[in-house]
Design a binder for this molecule. Sequence first.
Ligand code: TRP
Length: 359
Amino acid sequence: MNNNDSVNPSNTQKTAAKRILTGIKPTGTLHLGNYVGAIRPAIESIQNSDDEAFFFLADYHGIIGCSDPAVIHESTKSIAATWLACGLDPERVTFYRQSDVPEIPELAWILNCSCSKGLMNRAHAYKASVDINIDNGVDADQGVTMGLFGYPVLMAADILMFNATHVPVGRDQIQHIEMARDIAGTFNHKYKPLFTMPNAAVDDDTPLLTGLDGRKMSKSYGNTIPLFGEFNPQANPEKQMHKAIMKIVTNSQLPAEPKDPNDSAVFEIYKAFATPEEIAAMRAQFSAGIGWGDAKQALFEKINSEIAPFRARYQELMANPKELEEILQMGADKARRHSRKQLDKTRRAIGIRPLAKLK
Ligand code: TRP
């Protein structure tokens, strides 16, 4: 990960070590875009550094937009299994479930009490919901919950709890990190300088994966290639991936006609998995008129060579939720060693502490 792209260069950290923290909402299964854009770079960046890392499943954020208990439950399992199968080392990284760290929602409440409502009024996600309502001629707040409205405060608590210095996120989350800084600044000024200013770490080198229809790969467009297949344990995940790749939209050029790689989702996706030499070779094959079927088959083989080794571990973990739960509990223990202390300091700073020592 290229951390030179931190959005807030004004931050002055005294310590050299970075503390990286990022969360992912368990509200579905992951696709290749998530793998290329978030999972792979996060795991690689940890492998090659001494940075401290906190990765977690933001299930209390998940319930804001998803009220299907089965989806929350199944996808917590699937996303935890995905990260671990893709190489996340739970000894090296503090890997936990947000809801297993009760100090986080407690801190969120405290932060709520010094965060101005006006700051939340400016949040893009909340404003987008209000705008849709206004366009539809219904009450501006229809369907807007306090959870959605306060989303950035809970996210600030996630980050400030661990004094994270770097928060790898997509561009859509930058505003939330700025709000976390704002919230930290207000608290630090009003009470005591307890919270470190976090920086959004946005990596411009990370590819935005193209989807089956040529638009950005996104769950909301329904154009994704599943990473390990859907929840259905009967479905063969390798076949599901092959089937999705064969559905990538192409033009109607015939085999042998030279094709423009720069105008092809097949080539775009290939680039995210291949070495520079392989990319050059594929470019030459496009000029030489490779047929779409063959190009897709080559793409499948390329992706599969990277993903197949993770698949067995994924399935093993999915079949063994006890192992997953143990890993998450170990992560929660590690996380709470920090969060208990940080919450205690915060409570003392606001005047909430025992009246006397008993015993
Ligand atoms: N809001 C993030 C997203 O939708 C998920 C998230 C929750 C998060 N808490 C976080 C990301 C803390 C980084 C840090 O992608």
